[in-house]
Design a protein around this ligand. Structure first.
Ligand code: HAM
Length: 415
């Protein structure tokens, strides 16, 4: 049997790749306009980095992280998410320090050992943005706006879910209140969710199991545990989003699955609500310090490019021009002509293998070429090429001059 790709990974064909490229291009442009600089950091990081930041008890670290040992016995992980690596790099490389905070954007492959399904892969691509150094509500709203603008540009219908986890103290209080509330109702929880009661009770709020969802209808929410400062901060974020016309709803049970979040958390979901999130993020004020850097607040998000690509329409650009030389002499002339055309930046693909014109035209049609340029015996004698518009069937001859060919292709496209 031929080799198979590892379960949960993808091979991207040209059409999908073009969508990924489009998304990357739009993201980098919007991010740069808003002052975020594109950076890169390794796919491999130490296991310890993720245990300390993403969280030792999270599913991402406990169950989903690909671990490996290198030749010297170092414990490394294929990064399951970007925030820890970005923060590690920013500290190590001295990227931090500006008075208005530093803004970073990234794009690349991530790995999680999850049960594969549509929109969920073991190797996937994330784009992300992190804003380190500002604890203003405007910084939260700005990162949400960046993701919203990308979704707008990609014409993906969406809305945001937003919540706050308060300060670490408020979050801890809430954890206790929720744990005792859930413990009193333990027998109503499915077994799988019961296991989280001691390990990570806030995760129960994310449970998709209907029994748990029904029970949670009456559960206490974080909002009751918030002090005045966190409350007014959250309302400020909300009014900033309203001013920016960003669609959102407050979801008091949104907690997100990573340990470092404080205050604002958010997710971008489809307008219909049902499918998995396009992206998510939030504030993580303690993380930079925890990882050995200065005590700087931060906020950011990441979005799944595989999911964005799935939600966008893409019209494949037709192949602009196929050059068909016939016979050895035709091929020789075509080589010279192609060198000149490529040097001029004219897009053309050469069909090196054709000797039979009618079969060649059939194949050209099937390949979706907009134009065909024929170099056969007659053309070579007259030192011209025949240019055929594949949509209309109209033909004309052009001298073998790149500038004239370029004009002919352009002129006829306007017809
Ligand atoms: P996350 O919610 O774990 O957050 O992942 C962000 C997005 O990555 C998800 O909304 C989803 O679109 C995509 N994603 C996650 N897992 C998969 C998968 N197995 N297959 C396909 N797509 C997936 C983070 O990763 C945080 N680092 C976000 C952040 C940045 N928070 C603050 N700054």
């Amino acid at each position: 049997m031929p080799h198979q790709r590892p379960k949960g990974t993808r091979d991207l064909d040209a059409g999908l790749m073009a969508r990924f490229e489009d998304i990357r291009f739009s993201f980098v442009r919007i991010a740069e306009e808003m002052g975020y600089s594109l950076v890169e950091f390794p796919v491999l990081e130490s296991v310890d980095l993720f245990e300390r930041s993403t969280g030792e008890t999270t599913d991402v670290v406990q169950k989903q992280m690909y671990r490996l040992q290198d030749g010297a016995g170092r414990d490394l992980a294929l990064r399951p998410e970007g925030t820890p690596g970005l923060v590690r790099a920013a500290i190590q490389e001295g990227w931090l320090g500006g008075r208005n905070g530093e803004r970073f954007a990234y794009y690349g492959p991530f790995f999680r050992y999850e049960r594969p399904q549509k929109g969920r892969y073991r190797q996937f691509v994330q784009l992300g943005a992190e804003f380190i150094g500002s604890d203003t509500p405007q910084a939260d709203a700005e990162t949400i706006l960046l993701l919203a603008q990308l979704l707008e540009e990609l014409e993906i219908e969406h809305t945001f879910k937003i919540n706050t986890l308060g300060t670490p103290k408020e979050r801890e209080n809430y954890r206790e209140v929720l744990t005792s509330w859930l413990t009193e109702r333990k027998e109503k929880l499915p077994k799988e969710d019961q296991a989280n009661l001691t390990r990570n009770p806030l995760r129960i709020l994310d449970s998709k199991r209907p029994q748990t969802r029904a029970l949670l209808g009456d559960a206490p929410t974080i909002l009751d545990q918030l002090g005045e400062a966190s409350k007014s901060r959250f309302s400020r974020v909300i009014s900033l989003l309203e001013e920016a016309d960003i669609p959102f709803e407050v979801d008091p049970f949104l907690v997100r699955g990573l340990d470092y979040y404080t205050q604002t958390v958010f997710e971008a979901v489809g307008a219909e609500g049902a499918q998995d999130a396009f992206g998510g993020g939030g504030r993580y004020d303690g993380l930079v310090k925890t990882l050995g850097g200065p005590d700087l607040p931060a906020v950011g998000f990441a979005a799944g490019v595989d999911r964005l690509a799935q939600a966008t329409d893409y019209f494949e650009e037709p192949l602009p021009c196929l050059l068909i030389p016939l016979g050895d002499v035709g091929r020789e002339e075509a080589w010279h002509l192609a060198l000149e055309l490529w040097a001029e930046g004219i897009s053309v693909r050469v069909a090196w293998h054709e000797d039979n014109l009618s079969k060649a035209l059939k194949r050209a049609h099937a390949s979706g070429a907009a134009w065909v340029m024929i170099l056969g015996e007659n053309e070579l004698n007259a030192e011209v090429a025949t240019l055929r518009n594949m949509e209309t069937g109209n033909q004309k001859t052009v001298p073998l001059k790149p500038s004239l060919i370029k004009r002919a292709l352009g002129q006829d496209e306007d017809e």
